[in-house]
Ligand binder design. Structure first.
Ligand SMILES: [Zn+2]
Ligand SMILES: [Zn+2]
Length: 196
């Protein structure tokens, strides 16, 4: 299995299916997202996973149909479906965390074989703030269309904040600051703009 990139749990049966070489997967239909990559780097660091922090990469893949996201091992890369940009922002963050949790579980497993959505993955989901996450990878059938205003999401608790006008200064999630930082501002809970 070493040296062969595995696509994690695209479905139960294709888990160990060898995938096409990197140059084919990361073609023109794929576009890096430096902002989401940076978030995953920080999250990996905060979990003490330095190799994952060094290698993790997030990109958008326009060829994805109904799959919301997928994770690649040992590439340590995440692909997201661009349709997520027109979903509610928590959908995007939930998917990103779901996929990152796969990489976290693998990084921690130290080449031990683990179930894609087994206990290790569930622990990683809880560590990333989405306890009780489901194993489903599909986009929701009825996607609620995003209203045409400015949406922000707390990457910690996935709360969504909407504003008529864009937020100019750094604003953090009130609930998370109250719960985890004695009510004062912390960058970790800074609201992230949801871009379409
Ligand atoms: Zn999964
Ligand atoms: Zn929050």
């Amino acid at each position: 299995m070493r040296g062969v990139a595995k696509q994690l749990d695209f479905s139960w049966t294709s888990w160990f299916r060898p995938v096409s070489p990197p140059q084919k997967r990361f073609s023109k239909s794929s576009q890096d997202d430096p902002g989401l990559t940076a978030w995953c780097v920080e999250a990996s660091k905060s979990l003490g996973l330095s190799e994952l922090a060094r290698k993790v990469k997030v990109s958008w893949n326009a060829r994805m149909q109904t799959t919301a996201g997928r994770a690649w091992w040992p590439d340590r890369s995440i692909e997201l479906n661009p349709k997520l940009k027109s979903c509610e922002p928590e959908e995007l963050w939930r998917t990103l965390k779901h996929e990152l949790a796969h990489l976290v579980a693998y990084e921690r497993s130290n080449r031990r074989r683990i179930e894609p959505h087994g206990q290790e993955w569930q622990v990683a989901c809880a560590d990333l703030g989405i306890p009780g996450e489901l194993s489903c990878h599909n986009l929701p059938f009825k996607r609620r269309q995003l209203k045409r205003n400015h949406a922000y999401v707390c990457a910690n608790c996935l709360a969504v904040v909407r504003r008529v006008k864009p937020i100019k200064r750094a604003v953090a999630c009130y609930e998370c600051c109250r719960k985890h930082n004695a009510g004062t501002y912390h960058d970790r809970f800074r609201l992230v703009k949801h871009t379409e």
